[in-house]
Design a protein around this ligand. Structure first.
Ligand code: NAD
Length: 491
């Protein structure tokens, strides 16, 4: 049976080339150029999107600046901002099947995964819809002749840059918190997967509650649109999700006007199994941890540390299960892994498979491309990996797992932390004391104990070390999109 959202998604795709949203209007790129978007499962052209450039960014930033100061945005009550975000959430939910189909066509993720991402997107809009009336300042202790209080005010115009791996969730994270706090937004989705962000922006405009210029979308390439945003003197804050290499260039480019910067970057997450773990659960989570979204998740459990006493047996079982997972069309119900995003990404991942083989890791299953159309890669497991090998050090962003033995708790902490990244970690043990001790010892922004990969809008997310700067989700996003002002009154 056809996916319930396919007809609507196809109808939307059949519309004219997709445009930019600037100042409440859908406009072509000023250069007139477009980018062809490919379906990674079929390599067919799905749609044309606008190839924006610096001139479009300038126009979007000017609109966002005007909107920031306009009475119909700056002057509205927190409750009114709540209604805006709830209306957007409702509109997204009404189009959930269409958006899920569109995401799977654009990104290649299995439709069960895009449906889950859609749910998380709606939850994030609703969670942040609750915040505007709760962004309290403080009244600060002082003597009777004076009064000191603080306000939390919007940061201003926010330049938001997203990757391609889970656009439905990341678009919510880049729009809902800044709007909840009264900012305005210029968003650049990834040139490889912009479609659901564009459709959500359309739905947001159609609510009729967003004044022109509050939300702007400029599609295009990173070195043009993205760079113009990070260098722009009239953008107050940049929030970037993407690779560590690009994150570094963004931090440097933002220095000109001292933009506030949030960076959500790469990872090389250690997932650690002790011999006393619930082995069935741990093994299944280890498989899901590196195969979900074909491993294209920043917190993918790409390094599986297994106690040396059970390393061989766990490696056997993980590989056995991984080999049974169906790799195929995102729209077949039993598909567990779709294609990776692009031919280039497939080449990158296959390069790491070659490196694993060359470095003497033990290839247990996979290690090859599949089919002759679409960018499919078989789930790949290496065991007996050394933490210093290239496959254990660099982010692969594909369905490739390194299984690494460890001796004891101390060794697990040492090896787990022996990485430039610090985004997340998993710990599997029935010893509650050990679990909490490990949670403190691991240098990562998120720790899962006896679970892996779960997310909730109340939980701050972000990286230690080279996995980023700042946190998103929870109250941390509210802090990141507001500035503190202290007011001192003397009577
Ligand atoms: P990427 O860094 O190549 O691109 C991300 C975005 O930045 C894209 O929109 C791109 O066009 C833009 N960009 C590229 N060059 C730029 C420049 N010079 N200036 C400004 N913008 C520029 O990343 P990707 O390949 O799209 O995504 C994969 C990466 O994202 C992985 O490293 C992954 O770990 C990371 N990621 C992190 C998180 C997190 O929350 N920490 C979440 C998802 C993905």
């Amino acid at each position: 049976p056809e996916h319930p959202g396919m007809k609507a998604a196809r109808a939307w795709l059949a519309g004219a080339p997709k445009r930019l949203l600037i100042d409440g209007e859908w406009v072509a790129a000023r250069s007139g150029r477009t980018i062809a978007v490919l379906n990674p499962a079929t390599e067919e052209e799905l749609a044309l999107i606008a190839e924006g450039d610096k001139a479009d960014v300038d126009a979007a930033v000017a609109a966002a600046r005007r909107a920031l100061e306009a009475p119909n945005w700056k002057g509205i009550s927190p409750h009114a901002r709540t209604r805006v975000l709830l209306a957007i959430a409702d509109a997204i939910e009404r189009h959930k099947d269409e958006l899920s189909a569109l995401e799977s066509l654009d990104n290649g993720m299995p439709s069960w995964f895009s449906a889950a991402a859609l749910g998380a997107c709606v939850d994030a809009f609703r969670y942040y819809a609750g915040w505007p009336s709760k962004i309290h300042g403080t009244t600060n202790p002082t003597d009777a002749a004076q009064f000191i209080y603080t306000l939390r005010e919007p940061v201003g115009v926010c330049g938001q840059i997203n990757p391609w791996n889970v656009p439905l969730l990341l678009v919510a994270l880049k729009i809902a918190p800044p709007l909840a706090c009264g900012n305005t937004v210029v968003l650049k989705p990834s040139e490889l997967a912009s479609l659901t962000s564009l459709r959500i922006a359309e739905l947001a405009q159609e609510t009729g509650l967003l004044p022109p210029g509050v939300l702007n979308i400029v599609t295009g390439y990173g070195p043009t649109v993205g760079a113009a945003m990070t260098e722009h003197p009239d953008i107050d804050k940049v929030s970037f999700t993407g690779s560590t290499a690009v994150g570094r260039s963004i931090l440097l480019a933002s220095a000109g006007n001292f933009k506030r910067v949030t960076l959500e970057l790469g990872g090389k997450t250690p997932n650690i199994i002790f011999p006393d773990a619930d082995m069935e659960k741990a093994v299944l989570a280890a498989v899901n941890g590196f195969t979900r979204n074909s491993g294209q998740i920043c917190s993918a459990g790409s390094r599986l540390f297994v106690h040396e006493s059970i390393h061989d047996e766990v490696a056997q079982e993980v590989s056995r299960i991984a080999a049974t997972l169906k790799v195929g069309s995102p729209f077949e119900a039993d598909t567990k892994l779709g294609p990776v995003i692009s031919a280039r990404q497939r080449e990158r991942v296959m390069g790491y498979v070659d490196a694993g083989n060359a470095d003497g890791a033990n290839l247990m299953t996979g290690g090859c491309q599949l089919g002759n159309q679409g960018y499919y890669i078989a789930p790949t497991v290496f065991s007996g990996v050394k933490n210093r090998m290239k496959i254990a050090r660099e982010e692969i962003f594909g369905p490739v797992l390194s299984i690494i033995p460890f001796k004891d708790e101390e060794d697990a902490v040492f090896q787990g932390n022996d990485t430039p990244y610090g985004l997340a970690a998993g710990i599997w043990t029935r010893d509650i004391g050990r679990a909490h001790k490990m949670a403190r010892a691991i240098r990562a922004g998120r720790v899962w104990i006896n679970t892996f990969g779960e997310t909730d809008p109340v939980m701050p997310f972000g990286g230690f070390k080279q996995s980023g700067i700042g946190r998103e989700f929870g109250i941390d996003s509210v802090m990141a999109y507001t500035e503190t002002k202290s007011v001192h009154v003397r009577f």
